[in-house]
Design a protein around this ligand. Structure first.
Ligand code: NAD
Length: 479
């Protein structure tokens, strides 16, 4: 089996160690062997990015736009193959994997357009005769650290704007999913970027990630992952005054009011909480349901969950793939136990499943009769587990929805304009959804949360430039 290597300064280089990438749907299937860089190699990648920055940041923007367009086009042309690889290494279903690959392609094409739309302002000064110009400049070398659950879309939504606005990149993907990251890097490497502009350093957070955090040659760090890692990253970045942006966990509420359309509510809850095996930062993990619809909603949810097909991610008809690995599966199963011990009722699911191949399969679990102070409602589980919290009315639903340290996405199912408008205004989340799942967003508009879910400027769409550019104010007295 050939070794997939790291890209450092334009060359594919072997690592200090080898990462054997396994298929969570079939533990006898090895996806590939991937090089793991060490801290020294990470520093070489950073040095290469730093050396490439002056020419790249001042280079021809038409050429830069063409390269991003070519990357986007190739991803889109190969979305089935890339989606298959993604499903094989991460466990998303094949349609979800293909959809994610397509999104990565669309993101590169969006930012290819952004390259040609640099904006500035020219204003009169308060001092007569002086001109004031406000321009945006690239930041420098960007360290990109990504999680395992969106192995191609999250790297794309960080790499594409970084390059588009004239920065150089050192990209460290999650150790669990090097395959999609490598495939993306291979496409980027063939688009004609000068050497060192884009570097791939697969490896462990404790080595490669720490090297990126510690290097003064990395001007900015963009991170998506858990709150726990985020805290370490923020502390280290702030200590050396590096620019930092972080997207982290969620405990996203979906409110279902008495006047909701039941089918819509069940559909939103099933999709939002359980698709992608519940392994989404935007997953609807807390279902907050008013009394009048509670029993009908729970009955319909149980029926819908029992009818879901849990199987090999790439098998036709599979709706829920496996959990990503053994430790995540252990965590999911243990939270079901914790919930029951705290007094919740396990309405359905919550057990490990056997399929034709050995994998990390779990029956989607619904915990009912929960209260918002239970651990299963306070802590991010990150698996196919959702809770139901019964509340008296809309006011109690809103208060419960906001009673969390997180604030990424929040949804409401209702046919009332009054309640949906009030929810959009008063929900303490970065994204709100009406009659839609809390997960599932567009790629051309900002993405991000509040409170413990996010730190720093928004990602995606035109708002991405807040992080990937620095504002300069220039004064001129023409003499
Ligand atoms: P994680 O925090 O364990 O790891 C994320 C990345 O950080 C990985 O690449 C990892 O190697 C790296 N890392 C770990 N320790 C490090 C260190 N000391 N220094 C530098 N880098 C280090 O997260 P995960 O398990 O890969 O992903 C799941 C988490 O990501 C969940 O909490 C989920 O909610 C969150 N997530 C958030 C969003 C969002 O946009 N808000 C999107 C997807 C996932």
């Amino acid at each position: 089996m050939s070794l997939y290597k790291n890209l450092i300064g334009g060359e594919w280089i072997e690592g200090a160690d080898i990462n054997r990438n396994m298929n969570p749907s079939d533990l006898s299937d090895m996806v590939g062997e991937y090089a793991r860089a060490d801290a020294k190699q990470a520093l070489q990648a950073i040095a290469a990015a730093r050396a490439a920055f002056p020419a790249w940041s001042r280079g021809n923007i038409q050429a830069r736009a063409d390269m991003l367009e070519a990357i986007g086009n190739e991803i889109l042309a190969r979305k089935d193959e890339l989606g298959n690889l993604l499903a094989r290494e991460e466990g998303k279903t094949l349609p979800e994997g293909i959809g994610e690959a397509a999104r990565a392609g669309q993101i590169f094409k969006f930012f290819a357009g952004e390259v040609l739309r640099p904006e500035g302002e020219k204003l009169p000064s308060v001092r007569p005769g002086v001109d004031v110009e406000i321009t945006r400049e690239p930041v420098g070398v960007i360290g990109i650290i990504t999680p395992w659950n969106f192995p191609i879309a999250i790297p794309a939504w960080k790499i594409a704007p970084a390059l588009a606005y004239g920065n150089c990149v050192v990209f460290k993907p999650a150790d669990l999913v090097p395959g999609s990251a490598w495939a993306l890097a291979d496409i980027i490497a063939r688009a004609g970027l000068p050497e060192g502009v884009f570097n791939l350093v697969m490896g462990r957070g404790s080595l490669v990630g720490e090297a990126i955090l510690g290097s003064r040659d990395v001007d900015a760090i963009t991170f998506t992952g858990s709150v726990e890692t985020g805290r370490t990253i923020a502390a280290k970045a702030v200590e050396r005054l590096a620019r930092v942006q972080m997207e982290m966990g969620g405990k996203n509420p979906l409110v279902v009011l008495d006047d909701a359309d039941l089918d819509t509510a069940v559909n939103c809850a099933v999709q939002g909480a359980f698709y992608s095996t519940g392994q989404r930062c935007t997953a609807s993990s807390r279902l907050i349901v008013t009394e009048g619809i509670h029993d009908r909603f729970v009955g319909a949810m149980e029926a819908a969950l029992k009818a879901l097909t849990v199987d090999d991610a790439r098998k036709s008809g599979t709706q829920i793939g496996p959990v990503v690995d053994q430790s995540q599966l252990d965590q999911d199963l243990s939270y079901v136990d914790i919930g029951v011990k705290e007094g919740a009722k396990l309405a359905c699911g919550g057990e490990r499943l056997n399929r034709a191949t050995e994998g990390f399969y779990m029956a989607p679990a619904l915990l009912t009769e929960t209260s918002n102070d239970m651990r299963v409602n306070r802590e991010e589980i990150f698996g196919p587990v959702a809770t139901v919290i019964r509340v008296k009315d809309y006011d109690a639903a809103l208060a419960t929805a906001n009673d969390t340290v997180f604030g990424l996405s929040a949804g409401i199912c209702t046919t009332s304009l009054k309640y949906s408008s009030d929810f959009k205004r008063n929900s303490e989340a970065g994204m709100t959804m009406v009659n839609l799942p809390t997960a599932g967003v567009d790629y051309h508009v900002p993405f991000g949360g509040r409170k413990g879910s996010s730190y720093g400027p928004r990602e995606q769409g035109r708002y991405a430039r807040e992080f990937y550019t620095i504002v300069k104010t220039s004064y001129t007295l023409p003499v």
